[in-house]
Write a protein of this length. Structure first.
Length: 141
């Protein structure tokens, strides 16, 4: 005789719970990733506006625009971590000047700073450009 007063969950009930959790995760993870990318993009926009502001001040004092390392020094190393010659890294973005090592003569007229987000395994490459006009343009995607 089978005891019908046993307590607990059946295998079917447990499988249903696992499937529901899987569906919720499949919906939530891409939305979370999209939110993280949007936050990183917003942070790099704020960083580029800060660079633009410091560049205007630097130009007023030195009759030329500053290199990224000079701008980063003025900002108390708050722009990013130095990773190469005139390259900074902030979150998932690499900021660099174009050309890589501009001369003082080139910096008297203009500057261009690019911010590139290229994460291994992510198909979305984001690239933004800041010029002496203070305009930030999206180049990629």
């Amino acid at each position: 005789m089978i005891n019908s007063s046993q307590k607990g969950f059946s295998l079917i009930e447990l499988l249903c719970v696992v499937v529901i959790i899987g569906v919720i995760a499949a919906i939530a993870i891409p939305a979370l990733s999209k939110g993280i990318r949007a936050a990183e993009n917003g942070a790099v926009f704020a960083t580029m506006r800060t660079i633009s502001s410091i560049e205007v001040s630097f130009y007023t004092s030195n009759s030329r625009f500053g290199r990224l390392d000079e701008v980063n020094t003025i900002a108390g190393q708050g722009i990013g971590k130095v990773v190469g010659a005139n390259q900074l890294e902030r979150n998932q973005f690499t900021l660099e000047m174009v050309p890589g090592s501009p001369t003082d003569a080139e910096l008297r007229d203009a500057y261009t700073v690019t911010a590139t987000r290229n994460v291994t395994g992510d198909t979305n490459i984001y690239k933004y450009e800041l010029t002496q006009t203070g305009e930030i343009r999206q180049i990629l995607p």
